[in-house]
Design a protein. Sequence first.
Length: 404
Amino acid sequence: MKYFVIFLLAIGAFVILQNPAYATCVYDPSNPHVTCDDSIGTLDYPTTPEELIPSPLKQMSLGIKLGHVICDDAHVLTYKTDYKPACVFPDSEGTLLTRGWAKLRLLLPAGPDPIKELELTGQNELSYRITGNVIYGDDVYPLSNDRIREIVTEYSQKHHPDKQYLEYSIPIVQPFISVEDKVEFDLLEWGNYSDCWKLKLRIIDVQNKPVYEDSLANYCLEPDDMSGTFHSYSMGKDFEEFTCPHPGYYRIEVSNGSVFSPQVLQNFVCLEYKPEPAPEPEMTSESQPTNAGLEVDVTGQKQVRRGTTHDITIDVTRNGNPVHDALVRITIEDYGKDVIREFNAKTDSSGRVVFSWEIPKSFDDIETLLAYVDVTDNISAKTALFKFQVYCLPNESGCKVEGN
């Protein structure tokens, strides 16, 4: 009987090898080293986000930056105070923030180590500045190409003096994409480089196997009087288009020979099911697309006396139209030292939120404060900074300011 069973098993193995359509290879997102080849049989892919998405720490071990970690649609991404990611239920996030377990944000340009925190988001001060995710100075967005090159030149002189280099960033990728839909994103490139190079983009699965690879032709810069170069490459235009082949978790890797070693810049998840499409509005001659990013305008007094009321007004629009019911979070900080006030509200029908608060009388000198304004409407998000000064008058009780 034992030999008969062995014989049947051998026959079964032979049938599987001769009929690969019946062989099954199980996908395991927790183990990137499992080999699984479609050529040996049909692949039993999971279909739900919970099954497809590796844990936050596993994603980081696969090269994903902290700010690009993906959670399933039932959880939101938050960051522990030790810079570790966690996917938590939305109603738990506020409690974790209150208890000091989680950070409100990664982006703290006024904090003690802004470069480190910006890098954790998968970007740096230049990519945030040129994309307008954080508003700097009096720049009007979108920036012109000439203005971007000026900014790149300033950045090069500050961080890479007398060096040739190239850097890359993919600011935004839709995290969930349906199978057979196109994957769309823009690859930003900047630096100071005058030789020829060859840019390569790969999309790799959880097992580190490429499912897409494309290389741009050799490109050489023409010498001019500016040391900053900037380019934006689009999928389907500069690179060949890519559609999700089957459910899975994928990463986008970019390299450029010895100039830029292979680095994972973004990730996304392909899902088998397609969500119900929202009804399309009737287009008129005055209609505009509704998928543009948020525009956030922050206004208020730039100099405020202690003990008085200070109003900060936030107007949120998209394509020039007010965005109603967008969530606005305002945090007042004294350059990364202390959080002075926090305020959450939703925009009204005119897309506006007004934050009114009384400046504490404890300020005994002229001090510069920062208001971090985070806005989201479940479609896109935007962060804006508003800087203002608090002062006291000479001869006031407890005021260190000296009079004339």
